[in-house]
Design a protein around this ligand. Sequence first.
Ligand SMILES: Cc1cc2nc3c(=O)[nH]c(=O)nc-3n(C[C@H](O)[C@H](O)[C@H](O)COP(=O)(O)O)c2cc1C
Length: 321
Amino acid sequence: MKYPHLFEPFQIGGIPLKNRLVMSPMTMNYATPEGFATEKLAYYYMERAKGGVGLIIVEGTFFTLEGRGYKNQLGLASPEHSEKLKSLTDAVHTLNNGVKIFIQIHHAGGRASSKVTGLQPVAPSALPAYPGAEVPRALTKEEIREIVEAHIRASVWAKEAGFDGVDVHCAHGYLVPSFFSPLTNQRTDEYGGDLSGRTRFLTEIVRGIKERLGAEFPLTVKISGDEFIAGGLGLEEITRIARRIQEAGIDGLMVSAGSVGAKKVGDLKQPHKILYGSDQEKSTGYPDLSHRSAAAVSENSGDGNDSHSHRLGCPIGKEEA
Ligand SMILES: Cc1cc2nc3c(=O)[nH]c(=O)nc-3n(C[C@H](O)[C@H](O)[C@H](O)COP(=O)(O)O)c2cc1C
């Protein structure tokens, strides 16, 4: 068997997983127009839970009005959203088959659209996320701190809704990764400049969530291992970011690839789709990093060290490393 440990138990933060199969977050847009969870959505996740994965990460969920990415996107922007989500986690947990369920919190940043939110998108700098995108408004320092707090508040609501952990969406060119990249972050204050400044937003989010929810409550981050844009971030810088957030306290790193505007590698609007088909791999000449980038970041970020032995870099990647 290629992955002999795949069906062995694992632990992430304080939570045991029955195996190492993780369902990646995928936006379904099955919520009400207000972002409330529906029976259809609960049914969808129950069916996935019956499939036998150890962990489900529920799709990217908006938690501020300006950060909403899609109509009918799931929301976690109020106690009422949290209450409605409780029926989803209850439905999955009552299966009693050991499956754990996290939720991904998502701020679309410069990839949001005023057509959906009625508000001008926001970003670290007033630079469009990709050619032709709406020009966003640069966030003030006070607003940045409010969005840090909004991540923390949403995580608290997630825990109250019965989720076993939280994932922060930091891939594919949305708000958090737009702070990492010098292409979209040209701030001159402490949230810009060198890599340390450009990672500050996320380290504040990670520390804030850990402080509020405690060390045992699992917190993962989804990141793009390479932006695949000329002048954008590559694996070396992303590895340094991964180390910083590991030190800040994350329990796992989910490594994807690409950012919006990754012209060389295909579809601009759906960067996560660019590297995974062998035809695309052949046509672009880029390697398929779906496992290798994960392994490299996991290895380079010190995962496997005793003090981090319950952290999930990428179990499949680890086996290949
Ligand atoms: C329909 C669809 C919706 C998706 N929605 C999300 C999402 O809400 N959050 C996210 O992080 N990734 C999302 N993705 C990306 C996937 O989780 C995943 O990253 C991608 O399919 C590539 O797999 P890999 O990153 O595990 O290699 C979506 C993908 C698809 C096909």
